[in-house]
Design a protein around this ligand. Structure first.
Ligand SMILES: Cc1cc2nc3c(=O)[nH]c(=O)nc-3n(C[C@H](O)[C@H](O)[C@H](O)COP(=O)(O)OP(=O)(O)OC[C@H]3O[C@@H](n4cnc5c(N)ncnc54)[C@H](O)[C@@H]3O)c2cc1C
Length: 416
């Protein structure tokens, strides 16, 4: 009997791990996905579901440094840093401020553009047309403001879009009131991004990837990887809470927790968690056709098959601090301010961990100095968008094939 080949082990069953696993399995690899939680148990569960092919604006923009004192003192602002966590987060925050320099922003934005623009094609390829149509709406997204004055960061976002030739349509208050009946008059103008879209259910979308993986012959196991032990002949051992698993190749896609596996391997990458919250309104009493992001108050509302999801806020407080319920409650106030008729009585709060790099670009490809270990992590605010195109890049690198786009901007080497 021929000896069984050790599988490729993918650690993490979020959008990053499962899209990579599915591409690999379909390319003929034997794939085992290891995660103590079922598919979509992390950030991929509770995100706002925006799939933003035409959004390529980094989170760190010029002028950030002036805002730091406010982040430290306003615990309920759109971005807050827990002062107790500041010493831990400081090196990452310094890199973040460096990435916000005007000289860096254009090249980061171009790399985001190269990745994000194929997202719908990748989702269609992974899901097939029928499931794509069931779960994804490539119908556009709306940005809206409560002031006629354009802020410097909004002007920069506009110039990045113009530079990349991204199609937009300006919306007057009347346009907004037609598109979103009942929207408050305090929202005075908007912008339609017709090339963007959303999923009606991020959890079901990622669970579907898990189902498709198993249909293709891949395996999901509920185990927590505790350590990767490099082997001498190229293969590796993945220690889990249940036992030791031999792997020909390993892909680390453990989201915000990836550093727990990287550090013992001597791999240091600036990965921090930007915690975010949502309020799921299960009986909102209003319908929206498109997602709308309130850029003045930094929150967004996405219509989903199980209600309206109000999401947003960034909190730098690490993986251990308990959720701050007040940050979630603010989302209810915000949505009520934008849609006075919305019924917020039936709601569920959630907090999740964005796996974020300082330059808003994921970390993809070969792990530095470790043959047959690969990285698919760090998607920050954009995993539902960048996850599938990233998976295409990583799976090609794992298979030793040419990457569909230049992978250099996403390499871990940029931090070495
Ligand atoms: C409030 C909020 C709103 C967002 N909105 C959007 C949006 O609208 N559009 C968008 O594109 N992105 C959005 N994002 C970002 C997006 O959700 C993330 O970038 C994406 O889900 C990250 O996917 P991931 O697979 O890397 O991580 P996760 O989904 O967190 O998955 C990581 C998995 O790894 C597992 N794991 C961890 N450690 C181990 C271990 N030791 N062994 C085995 N498994 C392990 C975890 O259990 C988890 O299942 C949002 C995020 C938040 C928090």
């Amino acid at each position: 009997m021929p000896e069984a080949v050790d599988p490729t082990i993918v650690i993490g069953a979020g959008v990053a791990g499962l899209t990579t696993a599915l591409y690999l399995q379909r390319a003929g690899e034997t794939v085992v996905v290891v995660d103590p939680l079922p598919p979509a148990g992390g950030a991929s569960y509770g995100n706002a579901g925006l799939i933003s092919a035409d959004t390529s604006v980094p989170i760190a923009l010029p002028g950030m440094v002036r805002k730091v004192p406010g982040w430290l003192t306003d615990r309920l602002g759109p971005l807050s840093v827990d002062p107790r966590y500041l010493p831990t987060a400081l090196p990452w925050l310094v890199r973040w401020v460096m990435a916000s320099r005007a000289s860096r922003v254009e090249s980061i934005s171009d790399a985001m553009r190269a990745l994000h623009q194929t997202t719908f094609d990748c989702w269609r390829e992974l899901l097939g047309q029928a499931k794509f149509s069931e779960l994804i709406r490539p119908l556009g997204q709306v940005h809206a403001w409560e002031s006629d004055t354009e802020t410097p960061s909004a002007a920069l976002e506009r110039s990045l879009r113009e530079r990349q030739g991204i199609r937009t349509e300006k919306l007057t208050q009347d346009d907004l009131r037609q598109m979103f009946p009942g929207i408050s008059r305090r929202v005075v103008r908007g912008l339609l991004l017709p090339g963007n879209g959303f999923t009606v259910n991020p959890q079901r979308l990622v669970q579907t990837l898990g189902d498709l993986l198993q249909e293709a012959g891949g395996t999901l196991v509920n185990e927590r990887a505790s350590r990767i032990i490099p082997g001498e002949s190229g293969g590796h051992t993945v220690m889990t809470n249940i036992g030791w698993r031999k792997a020909r190749k390993v892909v680390i896609a453990a989201g915000a927790w990836s550093n727990d596996l990287l550090r013992p391997l001597g791999i240091r990458v600036p990965l921090e968690t930007e915690r975010g919250y949502h309020a799921m309104l299960t009986a909102p009493g209003i319908d929206l056709r498109l997602p709308i992001s309130n850029k003045t108050r930094s929150f967004g509302v996405t219509p989903m098959e199980h209600g309206l999801r109000v999401g947003g806020t960034v909190e730098i407080a690490g993986l251990q601090a308990p959720p701050n319920i007040e940050r979630a409650k603010v989302l209810l106030e915000h949505v009520k301010g934008m849609f006075p008729d919305v019924d917020t009585r039936e709601h569920r709060f959630w907090m999740g961990f964005r796996p974020s790099t300082p330059d808003s670009l994921p970390i993809l490809g070969q792990a530095p100095g470790l043959p047959n270990v690969f990285l698919a992590l760090g998607h920050g605010h954009f995993g539902m968008t960048g996850g599938p195109p990233s998976a295409k890049i990583v799976s090609n690198i794992v298979l030793g094939r040419p990457s569909p786009i230049d992978p250099a901007p996403y390499s871990a080497q940029r931090f070495v």
